[in-house]
Design a binder for this molecule. Structure first.
Ligand SMILES: [Zn+2]
Length: 108
């Protein structure tokens, strides 16, 4: 059986790699078209795309940070405990989000 946290980390790393490539492509496209101008319709589209990819990249990095934190908690014996209230996180929640830092009540 695959370890859910290791699988989640691999998925996050792959997502970051894919988004980094995409970001580089958008940056290249803006250089090649020389349309990096907000008043140019194409330039505005590229600027928007770059923002979108940058936002996705940020959330992918947070996802990886959550997984790393969960792996550390597991190594320290505190995995599956809510960081906010200290109560156990429901198994169903951990199954859906192996890197969850908080229980469902605290996440609300
Ligand atoms: Zn809690």
């Amino acid at each position: 059986m695959t370890d859910p946290l290791s699988a989640e980390r691999a998925a996050a790393v792959a997502q970051i790699a894919a988004l980094t490539r995409e970001f580089d492509q958008v940056v290249d496209a803006s250089r090649q078209s020389n349309a990096d101008d907000e008043h140019d319709p194409e330039g505005a589209t590229i600027a928007f795309e770059r923002q979108q990819v940058a936002a996705l990249l940020d959330s992918a990095r947070r996802r990886l940070a959550d997984v790393e934190a969960a792996l550390e908690r597991r190594a320290a014996g505190g995995y599956g405990v809510c960081e906010t209230c200290g109560r156990p996180i429901a198994p169903e929640r951990l199954a859906a989000r192996p890197a969850a830092r908080t229980c469902i009540d605290c996440a609300r």
